[in-house]
Design a protein around this ligand. Structure first.
Ligand code: ADP
Ligand code: ZN
Length: 286
């Protein structure tokens, strides 16, 4: 069985395929353009590389309710060309395969959970990405969490640091967590790219001050067995230990925050896991 995965991101699309045990056999990526052109590229990829089913991890907000008539349609995104675009049904119609779709971060959480080693496999896990935006996906007691929509963890309100005067970069809320601690927030505050800031720069303890509030609140509300951080900003090695310290300070020490296990590939691996589920469900329905 060859299962396809698509990481449908706001800046780039990653397409690939692999086996149900999470081995990626091939992948490629291209910049996200308008929906029609981008889908054309995806369809071309899977025509050249035939697969048995596909899972999609998409940027949001997106309808993730399987029984909804607009399942897989992009909702009110700031990327206006994609608003109301039926991503899943467009690809399904063109490729005629079993497919499932969830958010990019839910897919990454699924990838981390499903492909952890047997002895190390958590029942509940939250995956947080800190990049251009901040988002979180939750895999709790063997299923991905949806509700009214899907979690939008990056937009929670955090307590501002008393010395931080930066207005915030979130177009909707200004100084939500994403507005204060995403890559663009770092850039807006220090007028340089996050990757240019050295390890000893005060930016990293401020980042930890905000992200540590998120982890503490997640542990208090959902109590996941594991929280995993990914995304470009987390490439700064000083950051994770500082987040741990901040969380610990807030909670007095009951947690573990390991690094992503799959080196930036958990999103694609999770999309493949979702594709495998789509295939299994289609088999069960026949
Ligand atoms: P996206 O969120 O668009 O999928 P990324 O997860 O790669 O993309 O995040 C991009 C952000 O990560 C940018 O704001 C960039 O400045 C920041 N970034 C990239 N590399 C590093 C690094 N080595 N250290 C800190 N920040 C980084
Ligand atoms: Zn926000």
């Amino acid at each position: 069985m060859r299962i396809g995965g698509i990481e449908a991101g706001g800046t780039k699309f990653v397409c690939g395929y692999g086996t149900t045990d999470g081995t990626i056999e091939h992948m490629t990526s291209f910049a996200t353009g308008n929906p029609e052109e981008t889908c054309r590229q995806v369809i071309e990829y899977f025509t050249e590389h035939p697969v048995d089913a596909i899972g999609i991890g998409a940027f949001g907000p997106v309808d993730v309710k399987e029984h909804s008539p607009s399942y897989g349609t992009i909702l009110e995104t700031p990327k206006t060309a994609w608003r109301q675009f039926p991503l899943l049904s467009t690809l399904k119609q063109a490729l005629g395969l079993p497919m499932k779709l969830d958010t990019d971060v839910n897919c990454a959480a699924l990838g981390e959970a499903r492909f952890s080693t047997e002895t190390d496999r958590p029942n509940s896990l939250i995956y947080i990405t800190v990049g251009t935006g901040i988002g979180g996906g939750a895999f709790i007691e063997n299923r991905l969490i949806h509700g009214l929509l899907h979690p939008e963890m990056g937009h929670i309100t955090v307590q501002r640091h008393p010395h931080d005067t930066y207005g915030g970069s979130c177009p909707i809320h200004h100084d939500c967590l994403e507005g204060l601690a995403s890559g663009p927030a770092i850039e807006g505050r220090y007028h340089t790219l996050a990757q240019m800031l050295p390890e000893e720069h005060p930016a990293w303890s401020l980042q930890a001050y905000y992200l540590g509030q998120m982890t503490a609140n997640l542990l208090l509300t959902i109590s996941p067995e594991r929280i995993i951080f990914g995304g470009g900003v987390m490439k700064q090695p000083a950051l994770l230990p500082l987040i741990l310290e901040e969380t610990d300070k807030r909670l007095h020490g009951y947690l573990q925050l390991p690094k992503p296990s799959f080196d930036g590939l958990s999103g694609l691996m999770g999309a493949i896991a979702l594709g495998a589920d789509a295939l299994k469900e289609q088999g069960a329905a026949q």
